[in-house]
Write a protein that binds this ligand. Structure first.
Ligand SMILES: Nc1ncnc2c1ncn2[C@@H]1O[C@H](COP(=O)(O)OP(=O)(O)OP(=O)(O)O)[C@@H](O)[C@H]1O
Ligand SMILES: [Mg+2]
Length: 256
């Protein structure tokens, strides 16, 4: 069953066509890779799907329901949550406080309303802290819980971004370059943990320049260039696809 369907999705910035009539179907439980040279439209696609940008044309369906043009917080509440290419954390808070904030943002009541309610708040706080700690542990950064997010190395900030997204209990995660700034060993460990997240029922759409990561993690890969889908298939099919090879050799070769 398809969990995400994009139909002729387009985004124009003035004369620039950043995404051009993109058709994309992601199956429930899949880890899908979305690759392409710099500027090919990957992040714009994420922004369109997650409600941070409104499409010029086309439609987005999540779990069979149309979400085109809905604001990001509404899309997130439905279970479709993204991380950012450059991490968006509460930089002056600790890692644990970041995750607790994300847990709060997900609950029915906002922080202020919970404060007003008073009774039961402490118990709730304890539960949230336990949940946040377990989530930090699931991405291997529980030992960083008391460190200030902005002071963490980039790799750990990315991992914290993923934990904050998981705190909202998504059905599907859109990960934009999740292993950027990580050592090869950290990248492998992070991807192993993302596979575990998927095994717990979260579908993943992954944008990543590191080809080793993409090839060893994704069951299927979609490749974009200049806003167009140029190829789709298994890692093996994609690595031998002439249009993909040309796209990378013609411009940015970072990913080769
Ligand atoms: N807000 C914007 N206004 C104008 N142009 C934009 C905007 N956002 C993106 N673009 C342009 O749209 C095109 C696609 O950009 P996008 O960020 O989606 O690429 P990308 O595939 O994520 O690249 P990278 O691999 O470098 O992250 C680029 O030419 C970019 O300059
Ligand atoms: Mg990008």
């Amino acid at each position: 069953m398809a969990i995400l369907e994009l139909k002729e999705l387009s985004k124009h910035f003035g004369h620039l066509v950043a995404v051009n009539e993109l058709d994309l179907t992601v199956e429930d439980g899949e880890i899908r890779g979305l690759i392409g040279p710099n500027g090919s439209g990957k992040t714009t696609t994420f922004n369109l799907v997650s409600g941070f940008l409104t499409p010029t044309k086309g439609r987005v369906f999540f779990q069979g329901e149309e979400v085109t043009g809905l604001p990001a917080h509404v899309v997130a509440r439905r279970g479709l949550v993204r991380t950012f290419q450059l991490t968006a954390l509460f930089r002056e808070l600790t890692a644990l406080q970041n995750v607790i904030m994300a847990c709060h943002l997900h609950t029915e009541l906002g922080l202020f309303q919970q404060f007003l309610r008073g009774s039961g708040t402490r118990q709730r706080e304890r539960e949230m802290e336990e949940k946040a700690l377990a989530l930090l542990d699931s991405m291997g950064i529980a030992d960083k819980k008391d460190e200030i997010a902005g002071d963490l190395p980039h790799g750990h900030q990315r991992a914290l971004g993923i934990v904050s997204a998981l705190a909202t209990e998504p059905r599907m995660l859109l990960l934009d370059e999740p292993v950027g700034g990580m050592t090869p060993a950290e990248a492998k460990e992070t991807m192993d943990r993302i596979k575990m997240v998927r095994d717990r029922g979260v579908t993943v759409l992954l944008v990543e320049h590191d080809m080793k990561t993409v090839m060893t993690t994704c069951e299927k890969i979609t490749c974009m260039n200049f806003g167009n889908k140029i190829a789709e298939g298994t890692p093996q099919e994609i690595s031998m696809h002439q249009d993909v090879i040309d796209a990378y050799l013609g411009g940015d070769t970072e990913a080769c």
